[in-house]
Design a protein around this ligand. Structure first.
Ligand code: DON
Length: 577
């Protein structure tokens, strides 16, 4: 009786009240009960994201006849208001779009760029050491923001509604305010110390006496509403030119920042071809450089394809060992070969080549962890040449958008631009401040990713689409810096190899290894005897104090949409109809 009771409780907890709405769909959906957690189900359209109001705004756009791109752009601007730790207009990201009618996928790269005045020694002090304060928490740490260019480009090219229509809900929320949720209160509280140090951020996020908004209190952002209205009225020029641009540039000039009006006017979001790979019968579609995510998720899956993972058993020591070993090899290559492809010839084809994976697989001992010093970035490339957020949208036409964007850290540099309500990103920290050394996520990075004017810093953002029988089957993505790639891969593997429904695939405990530092981070939920077996193989295992990513996923199957917001962090929501 007891196991049955806990099973019922787990199901109940994993199926929030929204489930009642979905049950009112015309037919009863077929729910996959094979594993413990239940996904949300909808028939016509769905948004899975980190915050409720923004997810509901996206679904409302879908209900009104908008397509997945319209909804994604509306959700993106709404999150800039309701989820300030990572939703943004001052940051950048990658949007992966599947267009059902053309059966085509594309990536919008709206990663920030280094300002024209940025040089490779930007963050080095007189001794040649990295000045971490400057790298993380100064105006110099801001790249030229890409989010407004990315979202407006997506809408212009692939949306159906006007910018005014899709931005109206975000503007209303900023102007009229909304009730502070438990999650928002917590997020601001957890970063209060640093946010209070910037007078503009202090005014934005706190009462005059420095106390924070309580749960249920109304929080208004009139300056952000002003900025959003400029964008709605004038399109991208409302941000990159005119008064908003002047305010950003003036604040930079007065405070040792680098971004000028010319940098802003010159920013371009780019449309790129995704990288593609296969894993058994599945096709993986993900962003190309300057994200490292697509290349390495495919590289790791190529290595893992050579094993019968299902036979090893989900999260068994033998399985986790192979995951960790393939991760190490991919991150070693990342440290050397990944960067902005417009500045460095990234050997993408070689890295995602199945034969290269086969060579790497041969170096894996199934019983022993390879010490990191025995793994070097591959030497045979011919011609060698912690906060982000993710949301996923699907519409009734079969279009899918999976979008990851960020200010880099939670609340970016914790510095806001006067008169705009906008936080600055600290994305310049994703460059190699000192090649050969580690960055904020402990990732070692090479000269390929050194700072150069106009260059995009290397990213790990991995909005991913898994195709089955030529159609989108699973769309997912995650925050987590370097952890993003491995979190997304494990979520996909849980569904592809272990046949989990999307809620269970998202909930299952994950691990992460990034070559250096030499340790396997594990979430609670990996059993002590499994950890012991991994240690016996030579792995240094550490239970992670942080969650390893936070996925937002939609699975498309049997004509139904199955959604899952990762329950690792509070406030996530799946909205559907
Ligand atoms: O682009 C990247 O890889 C990082 N700037 C992402 C940062 C991040 O995910 C922080 N979140 N927890």
């Amino acid at each position: 009786m007891r196991p049955l009771l806990s099973l019922c409780l787990a199901v109940f907890l994993a199926a929030p009240t929204l489930f009642a709405d979905f049950a009112q769909a015309d037919q009863t959906p077929i729910i996959d009960y094979r594993t413990r957690f239940l996904p949300q189900v909808a028939q016509h359209g769905m948004v899975a994201g980190p915050e409720k109001l923004a997810a509901e705004i996206g679904v409302d756009i879908l209900r009104r006849g908008g397509n997945a791109v319209d909804a994604a752009v509306a959700t993106g601007f709404a999150l800039a208001v309701t989820y300030p730790r990572a939703g943004n207009i001052g940051g950048g990201g990658f949007m992966l779009v599947h267009l059902a009618e053309e059966n085509r996928q594309l990536v919008i790269d709206y990663r920030e760029t280094a300002p024209a005045a940025a040089g490779s020694a930007l963050f080095l002090d007189e001794k040649g050491e990295v000045d971490r304060r400057k790298e993380f928490f100064s105006r110099a740490s801001a790249g030229v923001p890409g989010s407004v260019a990315g979202l407006t480009l997506a809408l212009e090219k692939y949306g159906t509604m006007s910018l005014k229509e899709v931005m109206q809900p975000a503007i209303a929320l900023a102007r009229d305010g909304f009730e502070v949720s438990y999650a928002l209160n917590y997020e601001i509280g957890s970063r209060a110390e640093r946010l209070l140090q910037d007078p503009v951020a202090r005014k934005l996020f706190f009462h005059e006496d420095g106390s924070r908004y309580g749960i249920g209190e109304t929080w208004r952002q009139p300056e952000l509403a002003w900025t959003l209205q400029h964008i709605a009225d004038k399109g991208r020029d409302g941000f990159y030119k005119g008064e908003v641009a002047r305010r950003i540039a003036a604040d930079m000039a007065a405070n040792d920042g680098l971004i000028t009006e010319a940098d802003l006017a010159g920013y371009r979001a780019l449309e790129r071809k995704p990288v593609r790979g296969t894993y058994g019968d599945f096709e993986i579609v993900a962003p190309p450089p300057p994200s490292s995510g697509g290349v390495h998720i495919i590289q790791m899956l190529n290595i893992l394809e050579g094993y019968d993972l299902a036979a090893l058993g989900h999260n068994s020591a033998a399985y986790l060992h192979l995951l960790a070993e393939s991760m190490k090899r991919a991150y070693a290559d990342r440290s050397e070969y990944l960067a902005d492809p417009d500045f460095y010839p990234v050997p993408v084809a070689k890295l995602i080549d199945k034969q290269y994976a086969a060579k790497l697989r041969k170096t894996i001992d199934p019983k022993r962890a390879t010490p990191p010093e025995e793994i070097a970035p591959g030497r045979h490339m011919p011609g060698e040449s912690t906060d982000t957020t993710h949301y996923t949208v699907a519409d009734r036409h079969g279009n899918v958008v999976t979008n990851t964007y960020t200010l880099n850290f939670s609340f970016g540099s914790h510095i806001a631009v006067p008169g705009t309500g906008m936080l600055l990103n600290n994305e310049m920290a994703d460059f190699a401040a000192r090649p050969g050394h580690t960055n904020a996520f402990g990732l070692r990075e090479g000269a390929a990713n050194k700072i150069e004017p106009g260059k995009r810093p290397l990213s790990s953002m991995t909005p991913t689409l898994v195709m089955r029988d030529g159609k989108p089957w699973l769309a997912t993505g995650s925050p987590g810096g370097s952890i993003i790639i491995t979190a997304v891969m494990q979520t996909a593997l849980n569904a592809m190899t272990f046949d989990m429904n999307i809620a269970s695939a998202a909930a299952a405990a994950r691990i992460h290894n990034q070559w250096l530092p030499d340790r396997v981070a594990v979430e609670s939920g990996i059993s002590p005897d499994t950890i012991k077996l991994l240690q016996d193989m030579g792995h240094t295992v550490e239970t992670s104090p942080r969650t390893l990513g936070r996925t937002q996923s939609i699975m498309l199957s049997d004509g139904w949409l199955y959604g899952a917001t990762d329950t690792r962090r509070p406030g996530g929501w799946v909205a559907g109809y």
